[in-house]
Design a binder for this molecule. Structure first.
Ligand SMILES: *[C@@H]1O[C@H](CO)[C@@H](O)[C@H](O)[C@H]1NC(C)=O
Ligand SMILES: *[C@@H]1O[C@H](CO)[C@@H](O)[C@H](O)[C@H]1NC(C)=O
Ligand SMILES: *[C@@H]1O[C@H](CO)[C@@H](O)[C@H](O)[C@H]1NC(C)=O
Ligand SMILES: *[C@@H]1O[C@H](CO)[C@@H](O)[C@H](O)[C@H]1NC(C)=O
Ligand SMILES: *[C@@H]1O[C@H](CO)[C@@H](O)[C@H](O)[C@H]1NC(C)=O
Length: 471
């Protein structure tokens, strides 16, 4: 009896411990999928061509995981636990040698449908399908079989990052008009140690595009296409909404997580064009390197301060940047991370790391701030307060001069005058979506296109397909 009771306690304790570990582990990759794979060996069913799904063109073999994982990024309707992708991994780049896998998926932000209200009514949710690879499995490309149809993906390899520096990822830029933000952003981030910028581009004004091209030609930013999404295969197209009309903000969650893989520097971050992370003292790169190297710290989180600049940078006078006025303090933190270990990013905090169950124990609060120079900072009357945070770790006047010279170069000395017309039109469109938030997905690029085309001659990305559907 005693031993039974003992066993019972042991089982109970194990169960609690298991639940705890399971729950804590939940944000991490491998474990859940392995369980999923085991449970579904018998009952699973392959996703076929009647299922609405589109694939990012590349699959990744992520060697930051041990063992390496094959990771596939998709946008699709919610998938049942028993559903998997039936894939052939071509080991020689041809079909002579291939291994067949059932690959299970998870929504990138953890839930499907999303629990984030503005995204919860979107049909298409960003997913990652992934599986760990055996040592002899080094696929060159992957064929996904969807019944009689298929999709071919090329494969890119990802390793731990060794080049010292910071890479800044930008979520898809769409209907963007505030080119002045970009000038301040690049100048400030560079002063903080950023060496590369990866910009996913959908649409912007001619001035925005010119500004991006200028920095691209200097070798600073890499512009990556983020076009409108493709139509579904013709035999199911009329059964579902168009992808463009039912995906939350251009699937920025997917762009952000693909960007992390493209980072080649030791440190990375995801920040919008009106956000710069700064430490209280010194340069961000030095601060972050010191805090993270040879420690358990995988990410450093910065509190958000909205601020105003006088004169406003939209007058193309950047002198206000030297003495920002701090306004509301917001909860939406942003973070920098060790790019060798971050597995999945959320917008405001890391979701999981490649080598750790407990992502929250690896995030540290920064001695610094997120400087958020939003066009419309907050609501109501904002008190201005003094804070020790500045855009530049050194003499700001040099940077102010640089920004003004840069603006002159970009526009050949003829400064475009700023108009808030485009900005206002987008706000108006978004606000129309919000009041019916439980019924309409905030799918800005699709829903707002017609109205945005009325106010501006946009430069759209027009690249060949980046997202693939079954054929
Ligand atoms: C495709 O999958 C659906 C759902 O799993 C299933 O009902 C249907 O029979 C399948 N179609 C074919 C042709 O296998
Ligand atoms: C496929 O790849 C293998 C190994 O590289 C090679 O020997 C074979 O000739 C290739 N087959 C075709 C049809 O290209
Ligand atoms: C794999 O990719 C290579 C290069 O794009 C291509 O030539 C080859 O046909 C592909 N093989 C398969 C089986 O898709
Ligand atoms: C990033 O993590 C790797 C692996 O844990 C570690 O070796 C490296 O020192 C870290 N780098 C930085 C800059 O934090
Ligand atoms: C920018 O604004 C400041 C402060 O209002 C003013 O002193 C300065 O002359 C302006 N610079 C230019 C180039 O207009």
């Amino acid at each position: 009896m005693k031993t039974i009771q003992h066993d019972y306690k042991f089982v109970l304790l194990s169960l609690i411990l298991f639940t705890f570990i399971f729950y804590s582990y939940e944000p991490d990759f491998g474990f859940l999928e392995t369980i999923g794979e085991v449970l579904n060996i018998v009952a699973g069913e392959p996703i076929n061509a009647s299922f609405p799904i589109t694939f990012y063109q590349s699959a990744y073999v992520d060697h930051r995981f041990d063992p390496p994982r094959l990771r596939i990024f998709t946008l699709n309707k919610c998938v049942k636990n028993s559903q998997f992708l039936l894939a052939d991994l071509h080991l020689n780049g041809n079909s002579s040698e291939s291994v067949r896998k059932n690959i299970y998926g998870k929504p990138l932000d953890g839930r499907c449908p999303s629990i984030y209200i503005p995204a919860s009514s979107c049909l298409y949710v960003p997913y990652t399908f992934s599986i760990s690879l055996k040592p002899n499995e080094d696929p060159k490309n992957v064929t996904i079989h969807l019944g009689s149809r298929k999709v071919e993906l090329n494969v890119e390899k990802i390793y731990k990052k060794t080049t010292k520096g910071i890479t800044v990822c930008l979520q898809p830029v769409y209907y963007y008009s505030q080119w002045q933000n970009i000038v301040l952003y690049i100048e400030a981030w560079r002063a903080q140690g950023a060496t590369r910028f990866i910009v996913y581009y959908h649409s912007g004004t001619k001035e925005t595009w010119k500004t991006l091209e200028y920095y691209r030609d200097l070798g600073l930013i890499e512009i990556k296409s983020w076009p409108s999404f493709p139509s579904l295969p013709v035999d199911i197209a009329d059964k579902y909404p168009r992808i463009d009309d039912s995906v939350f903000i251009l699937s920025y969650f997917m762009a952000m997580n693909i960007c992390i893989l493209d980072i080649k520097t030791t440190i990375g971050t995801v920040a919008d064009f009106d956000e710069v992370l700064v430490p209280t003292n010194g340069r961000l790169l030095d601060y972050a390197t010191k805090e993270m190297t040879d420690t358990k710290v995988g990410a450093i989180s910065f509190e958000n301060y909205y601020l105003s600049l006088t004169p406003t940078i939209y007058t193309s006078n950047f002198s206000g940047v030297a003495s920002p006025k701090f306004q509301t303090y917001g909860k939406q933190t942003k973070y920098i991370f060790n790019a060798s270990v971050l597995a999945i990013a959320q917008v405001h905090w890391p979701h999981s790391f490649v080598d750790s169950f407990f992502s929250w124990t690896r995030t540290k609060k920064a001695n610094g701030a997120l400087l958020h120079f939003r066009y419309e900072p907050g609501v109501g009357n904002l008190a201005n307060t003094e804070k020790p945070f500045r855009f530049f770790p050194d003499d700001p006047s040099v940077h102010i001069k640089n920004m003004e010279n840069t603006a002159h170069k970009i526009f050949n000395g003829v400064m475009p005058t700023f108009s808030s017309k485009a900005y206002d039109a987008l706000q108006e469109c978004v606000n129309k979506i919000i009041p019916v938030e439980d019924k309409v997905c905030r799918s800005t690029s699709g829903i707002c296109r017609e109205e945005m085309d009325k106010v501006e001659d946009w430069v759209y990305d027009k690249s060949e397909p980046i997202f693939l559907v079954a054929s």
